[in-house]
Design a protein around this ligand. Structure first.
Ligand code: MD5
Ligand code: FE
Length: 209
């Protein structure tokens, strides 16, 4: 059953069945390959992100979207299967799919967390659109920290996200601070053959027609 963690923030545990999880893991392996594949992004003030990322439709790198990688490599296309998944996810979370006037879902960020990867508290504010962000978790369980819109500190709520869980962040929660302080290595369903955690976020960039 959907759990509303905060206004507009809806957690649907186990939304993807085992076959759908395996299908997405297989697709992520494909998206991760090649010159426009998964990498650790440099941070503007030094260091690299511990999470490995690949963008589909748009390349995201701290802190902007572009149509090519820094070396000019074109970004992989945004796959129709994720547009369909995002519309169904919004419908499952809010009881109605996005309306005809909604900005189209046109970008996905696929994040891979090895046993040591973490994501610090941040807001997702590089999109011009305020459509909900659709988040799917695969593999290892993580601790997801859902905060507030004002500060990157308390108050926050820690939620365990498991393989197959859907989380949709819309309305007032769209701009909340959030992060992943840790994963739980070795907790992935064995049938996935995945050592680590994959997170797929589907977003509307609002950046083009
Ligand atoms: C993750 N990824 O588990 C998370 C899931 C990212 C990122 O944070 O930026 O790639 S997306 C969580 C999210 C998105 C938009 C709003 C909120 C959470 N929120 O209001 O908490 O790898
Ligand atoms: Fe984020």
């Amino acid at each position: 059953p959907p759990v509303e963690v905060a206004p507009g923030a809806v957690h649907l545990p186990g939304w993807l069945d085992g076959d759908a999880q395996a299908d997405l893991v297989r697709r992520c392996r494909d998206w991760a390959r090649g010159p426009a594949g998964m990498r650790r992004h440099p941070m503007p003030r030094g260091g690299v992100m511990s999470v490995q990322m690949v963008g589909l439709g748009w390349h995201w790198q701290p802190y902007s979207y572009s149509r090519t990688l820094p070396d000019g490599t074109p970004v992989r296309p945004f796959p129709a299967v994720l547009a369909d998944l995002a519309a169904r996810a919004v419908g499952a979370a809010y009881g109605a799919p996005p309306g005809p006037g909604a900005d189209p879902y046109d970008v996905a960020l696929v994040n891979f967390y090895d046993a040591d990867a973490r994501m610090g508290m941040h807001q997702d504010r590089d999109e011009l659109s305020r459509e909900p962000v659709v988040s799917l978790s695969l593999g290892d369980t993580c601790v997801f920290r859902f905060g507030n819109t004002e500060t990157r500190t308390r108050p926050y709520t820690d939620v365990e996200l498991r393989s197959g869980d859907l989380f949709v962040f819309g309305g007032p929660s769209r701009m909340a601070y959030h992060g992943v302080p840790r994963t739980r290595p070795g907790t992935a369903p064995p049938s996935l053959g995945l050592a680590g955690r994959l997170n797929i976020t589907v977003r509307a960039s609002g950046l083009e027609g």
